[in-house]
Ligand binder design. Structure first.
Ligand code: FUL
Length: 480
């Protein structure tokens, strides 16, 4: 996603507004008149995947450009040792749960033998023109238990029909090919970029046709575009979510390629539609592999920070790892991913609050079932009693522990509710604030100063409806 953003005045009202205007419950006419949106079962499963691999692969891998012209020879595409199983092995070891591949990038080159284009693998020397990247990758994903997803660029610099109404039917036909023959697809990624410029071809995309085709063939696939409807672009390619991060927007305000992309990171607190943000970012400076960037692969520490600023801010992380000209994940990327996984395991492998005692007070009384936030089960939660939007949840550890991250997870099957909270630790005879936050959502990682305490509490000040927490964790991250 690369847009020339136009800054538009109508930003979203986030927590500052909440704090100024008072509790959300009882204030919002929309909250009163419409039920708050919740994720579909497919979105819920998708959000729990947390980190997935993005794979940019195609003629650009061999030509070294980011945007192919569509005039490149199909013979450009000729990986010498293609092995989708190697990709999947590397991704799985890194903890990534699914793979989204550029089935067709802007150059129009199809990584599967499409009957609707002449710019395809069939015209390449790879596997004697008999190859099908999607077949091999989807098989490898299925064997390894990873999700298989596809990126398709509507913008097509090769197809002769591009710029005519006919193209919409062709693009929908390509979707049918890609979605109909490779088994379940967990995500379909529609790129909003279009660099045609002032004298370029203009194409009015038929989004209802495209989205309808996905729904018909893969009803459980989550559809990505700037505007959703399944997941939305976070509005930057740095891989960073916003500190205030709502899973909701009003879908009808946005289109793919929206000029309002600066609003997408935070979302809309009382938005009508559940469309959580996704952070796409490359492990390298470019989206496609270039040998000259082998020394510029992000370090494990940098990937770790990306994780905390994406997944830890209620976003999905779609990490691009582009295979090289052999058709393999390059050694430098394998090393970075291995180091990243080790860092994540060291930091988040052990919840210091496990086995602790949790109690909650809400609406002036002790509330039951608080232990559910410590049962390591996202399907159980503690919720404040009906009508109560302020609550305090206290965790008593057996012994003092040192930590510097507090991880909260809302029971998002019920919607996203928490809008303002703080975290306190009991030390030197009093409760001290160690962190504050606005939204939580699926996961919120709150960095705190190094703290040693045996009692921690989360004080929820504002919530759109009764707050419901599924999990709470305390973790110690090494200085890096
Ligand atoms: C952008 C594209 O133009 C880039 O090439 C890349 O695919 C990125 C993920 O999205 O819009």
């Amino acid at each position: 996603m690369q847009h020339r953003n136009v800054r538009v005045g109508a930003g979203v009202c986030v927590v500052a507004c909440v704090a100024l205007l008072g509790p959300l419950s009882g204030r919002s006419t929309r909250a009163q008149s419409a039920p708050a949106p919740v994720p579909s079962a497919a979105q819920l499963a998708w959000q729990r995947m947390e980190t997935n691999a993005f794979v940019h692969f195609g003629p650009n891998t061999f030509s070294g450009v980011e945007w192919g012209s569509g005039r490149e020879q199909p013979s450009t595409f000729n990986p010498t040792a293609f092995d989708a199983r190697q990709w999947v092995r590397v991704f799985k070891q890194a903890g990534l749960r699914g793979v989204v591949i550029t089935a067709k990038h802007h150059d129009g080159f199809c990584l599967w033998p499409s009957k609707l284009s002449t710019h395809t693998v069939t015209r390449s020397p790879w596997r004697g023109g008999q190859g099908d990247v999607l077949r091999e990758l989807s098989d490898a994903c299925r064997e390894a238990g990873l999700g298989f997803g596809v990126y398709l660029s509507p913008w097509d610099r090769n197809h002769p029909a591009y710029g005519t109404p006919e193209y919409n039917k062709i693009f929908a036909g390509m979707l049918e090919e890609v979605l109909g023959q490779y088994g379940p697809v967990f995500e379909v990624w529609f790129d909003g970029a279009n660099g045609e410029g002032p004298n370029g071809k203009r194409q009015e995309y038929d989004w209802p046709l495209f989205n309808g085709t996905v729904r018909r063939l893969q009803p459980d696939a989550v559809i990505f575009s700037d505007a959703g409807p399944g997941t939305r672009w976070v509005g930057n390619e740095r891989g960073e979510g916003a500190i205030t991060s709502w899973s909701t927007i009003d879908v009808d305000r946005y289109v793919p390629g929206t000029p309002f992309s600066d609003e997408l990171a935070e979302g809309t607190p009382l938005g009508r539609d559940w469309v959580p943000p996704e952070c796409d970012v490359s492990i390298r400076p470019g989206w496609f592999y270039r040998p000259s960037e082998d020394a510029r692969v992000k370090s494990p520490g940098s990937l770790f920070r990306l994780y905390e600023r994406s997944v830890g801010r209620n976003c999905q992380l779609l990490l691009n790892v582009p295979p090289d000209t052999r058709g393999l994940v390059a050694d430098a990327d394998v090393r970075a991913l291995t180091g990243w996984r080790a860092a994540l395991d060291r930091a988040y492998g052990h919840n210091l609050a496990r086995g602790a005692r949790a109690t909650a007070a809400a609406g002036g009384r002790e509330a039951a079932d608080a232990s559910r936030v410590l049962d390591d089960n996202l399907d159980t939660d503690w919720a404040a009693p009906g009508g109560v939007t302020r609550a305090t949840l206290t965790v008593q550890l057996d012994a003092r522990a040192r930590f510097n991250r507090v991880v909260l997870q809302e029971a998002i099957a019920l919607g996203q509710r928490i809008a303002l909270f703080e975290v306190q630790a009991f030390s030197a005879g009093e409760w001290r604030r160690i962190g504050t936050g606005s939204t939580v959502g699926h996961k919120r990682i709150v960095p705190t100063p190094d703290t040693t305490a045996d009692r921690v509490r989360v004080v929820i000040h504002e919530s759109r409806g009764e707050p419901a927490l599924a999990e709470l964790g305390l973790y110690a991250v090494e200085a890096r």
